[in-house]
Design a protein around this ligand. Structure first.
Ligand SMILES: *Cc1c(COP(=O)(O)O)cnc(C)c1O
Length: 363
């Protein structure tokens, strides 16, 4: 289909005018893939779908928000943008800034960015600065710099980011022809859960569906400020995109949870990796570890019998897979079986393949 990006598709729901230069890389319109192996885990007739946001132009959902943030920055006459990032925001900001002809400054926690994301920011010509500190500190720094200089902040505290990202909810409803009953999503800085909830609320007014989903957010166990109820000084998790100790949209995430009668829970790194590998090996989907947190949460609830309750057994669930697995190749290699090596000969290869010999071959 003819994808012109989320601003063209959902223009009516967005604060753009004829004066807004639309900066797009044709984001959105991502696959909503059935995941029967996950549905089966519940022992019910429920249906599970994966919203594959890794299929966006820079490989994460951040592009939905960035097309809005950069278009509005350009409209306002900004020359430069800045962001703190665990990686994907910087990759997206760098690409859309390149397209818009804007300077892009990226402040990263040193050594905590997946290789693919760093490569993207560099390749798109962003000015990359790595600080000796974590994401939360980087965010404080960029807030101060953007307030005192004529540089636009494009983190998710920029309201245009949330506006663009809410289109993910519109798309899910358009693809399903209804709303999901359960919406599973990883929670880091909590912009995305905020955006989806806003999106569902606004789209409901259009009359396309009547029942709102339960928002089911998931944090990593050692980076779970919302679950614990206090900021985490030194958040840890191998899911670097959600390694955040003091989420900017904390209150909004709690509102989404409470208004939707949902929950925000936590999963261990071990559970995240189990979901990450399951998606790769059974569903053919390579997502990044942070994305697998939504599925890890689903698997945790499925194992506890959560979906067995009569009212839930025919539910429709959507899990958001926020970013592509190729972003973090080091993690993929670390968690998978290593390639075997052998001499360059058929016999040696067959031996490793576990095939005795191909004796039928005659000469
Ligand atoms: C940014 C990001 C998240 C976290 O989203 P928030 O809006 O910060 O909660 C999760 N997964 C991936 C892949 C991301 O890039």
């Amino acid at each position: 289909m003819n994808n012109k990006g989320i601003i063209a598709k959902y223009r009516r729901y967005l604060a753009v005018t004829g004066a807004t230069p639309v900066i797009t890389l044709q984001e959105g319109n991502t696959p909503l893939l059935p995941a029967p192996s996950l549905a089966k885990l519940t022992g019910t007739r429920m249906e599970v779908f994966l919203k594959c946001e890794g299929a966006n132009p820079t490989g994460s959902f951040k592009d939905r928000g960035m097309t809005m943030a950069i278009s509005k920055a350009k409209e306002a006459g900004t020359r430069a943008v800045i962001c703190a990032s665990t990686g994907n925001t910087s990759a997206s900001a760098a690409a859309y800034s390149a397209k818009a002809g804007l300077t892009c400054f990226v402040i990263l926690p040193k050594g905590a960015i997946a290789l693919g994301k760093l490569a993207q920011a560099m390749m798109h010509g962003a000015k990359v600065i790595a600080i000796d500190g974590n994401f939360d500190q980087a965010l404080e720094i960029v807030k101060e710099i953007s307030e005192k200089n004529n540089i636009t902040l494009v983190n998710s505290i920029n309201p245009h980011r949330i506006e663009g990202q809410k289109t993910g909810a519109f798309e899910i409803v358009d693809q399903l022809g209804r709303s999901p009953d359960f919406h599973f999503i990883p929670v880091g800085n909590a912009g995305n859960i905020t955006a989806y909830w806003k999106g569902y609320k606004e789209y409901k007014r259009s009359g396309r569906f009547s029942r709102m989903p339960h928002m089911m957010g998931w944090q990593a166990a050692q980076s779970a400020p919302i679950v614990k109820g206090y900021p985490i000084k030194n958040p840890k998790t191998l899911a670097t995109a959600i390694r955040i100790g003091n989420p900017a949209s904390w209150i909004k995430a709690e509102e989404a949870r409470d208004e939707s009668k949902g929950m925000i829970g936590m999963v261990t790194d071990r559970q995240i990796i189990a979901a990450y590998r399951h998606l790769g090996e059974v569903e053919g989907i390579f997502c990044e570890p942070a994305s697998a947190a939504s599925v890890a949460g689903f698997m945790k609830l499925a194992a506890s019998g959560f979906f067995k309750q009569e009212s839930r057994s025919e539910a429709v669930t959507v899990c958001i897979l926020t970013g592509h697995g190729l972003k973090d190749p080091d993690r993929a290699v670390a968690e998978s079986a290593k390639p075997r090596t052998c001499p360059a000969d058929v016999k040696a290869v067959l031996k490793i393949m576990g095939i005795k010999n191909s004796s039928r071959r005659k000469r």
